[in-house]
Design a protein around this ligand. Structure first.
Ligand code: ADP
Ligand code: MG
Length: 455
């Protein structure tokens, strides 16, 4: 039977950002829901009040369902109930509460999604460094400051859905299993901000500091959301120093390297840069296939090779999406009463994703349009040649990507044959300046390519 507590925790860990849910709406409306059972493919959630029930149904239902699909569950709907309605589901609630009772879990372990372990993580070229660094940290956290000078803090960065949270939870699960006496604290920067703000409001700053200073391992996920709020970064800076000097481990993740987090104060930046910085890139096709197979083993599902290949080919940049599509394909086959999805079913199930992508411009569209405009080859624009024409086209494509899309500079560098992010900054600024100076040729090119993209 499905472990709904774990599923709910997993869904909650990804929900911020979906359909406008932010830290506040999460804390007020979603965090207070408790999963009770599943009935007819719908997750039954207990709300603390009827007001909460109405609001969740009206404003957050879609986002919650989306989060549940994202984490690969087959659940398609939610039913929000209040205490008085529990009787209707008494039978199911009993069944589900019995399975949770069977597995009492320790406090530390409860913070972590049990499926996110090192064993379930597929290793490849794109994540090798991050994986090994995380494993090293899990095996000898913090105390190894002297031996592994440079692993503290460990800073992991990479795009959305590439396994950063999975690695943090793997560290947590590993330590909880092997060194249960260690205190591990996992938080997101959103939670940290909330905690800070409410501690300030209730005059509990001492408790705030003590909470974060008394751990052996502190992990902060998605640090790019740290705001420039008075006092917050200062408080974190002092917590960091304390932990570091006491040989405690710090692990951070972000969607970009420390240097590119605009809101980061210099002193924190230099702390973050003092340890090991490991990036995670997009997985190649072989790795995507391996990830699908691992998930199939885990979920005990069978899918033929041609379908596995089709899904892996279609989803090339986000592992969460890859897993979501696998679940969707399997679910479609189930709906049609087939034991195993066929290629046609896969195409049908994923047509939604490809049509959704139409009309949404991505970096490849911009590169292709620029190549068409200047009548040059794609291999040349991302390649090393430096002729005047190619260099100009390349800079314009880079400028347009920075202007139209929110992609970290390092990732743009990767799109252009692994160029350094400083090269990307230079290209962006050069075209920007020429536009401001009214260079007619550049302006025409930028406008024309933008128009081509609109069509
Ligand atoms: P991020 O935090 O980088 O946005 P997550 O850690 O939430 O991404 O990963 C998204 C999903 O992809 C999770 O379900 C995770 O288990 C899965 N995933 C990511 N990387 C791997 C990998 N290398 N092997 C297996 N599963 C992975
Ligand atoms: Mg994450």
């Amino acid at each position: 039977m499905l472990d709904i507590k774990n599923l709910w925790k997993e869904a909650c860990s990804t929900i911020i950002g979906i359909k406008g849910i932010n830290a506040v709406s999460y804390a007020v409306w979603i965090d207070s829901l408790t999963p009770l059972c599943v009935k007819d493919n719908s997750l039954v959630l207990l709300a603390p009040s009827s007001n909460n029930k109405v609001t969740v149904n009206k404003n957050y239902k879609e986002a919650i369902c989306e989060a549940l699909t994202r984490v690969g569950s087959m659940i398609t709907d939610i039913t929000v109930i209040i205490e008085q309605e529990k009787d209707i589901y008494a039978e199911e609630i009993k069944q589900y509460s019995e399975i949770t009772k069977e597995k009492p879990q320790m406090d530390t372990k409860q913070q972590f999604v049990s499926r996110y372990t090192f064993d379930n993580f597929v290793i490849g070229e794109s994540n090798n460094l991050a994986y090994n660094a995380a494993l090293n940290v899990a095996q000898s956290p913090g105390v190894s400051n002297t031996t592994y000078l440079g692993f503290n803090p460990l800073f992991i960065y990479g795009g959305v859905g590439l396994g950063k949270t999975h690695l943090l939870h793997s560290i947590g699960n590993y330590i909880a299993d092997n060194m249960p006496e260690m205190k591990v604290l996992y938080t997101t920067s959103e939670q940290l901000i909330n905690d800070f703000v409410s501690s300030l409001a209730s005059n509990k700053m001492v408790a705030f500091r003590t909470k974060y200073r008394s751990v052996d391992v502190l992990m902060i996920d998605d640090i790019q959301f740290l705001k420039k709020r008075t006092g917050l970064q200062e408080a974190i800076f002092h917590i960091f120093n304390d932990l570091y000097l006491n040989g405690k481990q710090i692990v951070l993740t972000s969607d970009r390297p420390p240097k590119e987090i605009e809101t980061l104060e210099d002193r924190l930046l230099s702390r973050f840069e003092a340890g090991l910085i490991a990036d995670i890139g997009a997985p190649n096709l072989d790795m995507r296939i391996a990830i699908i197979r691992k998930k199939m083993d885990f979920e005990k599902i069978t899918v033929n090779d041609d379908v596995v290949y089709y899904i892996a080919e279609k989803c090339d940049s986000n592992i969460r999406e890859l897993e979501g599509n696998l679940s969707r394909v399997v679910f479609y086959a189930k709906l049609k009463g087939l034991p195993c999805p066929t290629l046609d079913i896969a195409k049908e199930a994923m047509s939604h994703t490809s049509t959704k992508k139409q009309g949404v411009i991505d970096s490849q569209d911009i590169i292709n349009a620029t190549c068409n405009y200047f009548k040059i080859n794609k291999s040349d624009i991302i390649g090393k040649k430096k002729t005047k024409d190619l260099a100009e086209a390349r800079m314009i494509a880079i400028y347009l990507i920075t202007d139209m899309l929110a992609i970290p500079l390092v990732s743009i560098g990767q799109l252009f044959g692994g160029r350094d992010h400083t090269t990307i900054i230079h290209a962006r600024d050069k075209i920007h300046t020429q536009l401001q100076e009214g260079n007619p040729q550049i302006k025409r090119a930028v406008d024309d390519i933008k128009n081509m993209l609109k069509d």
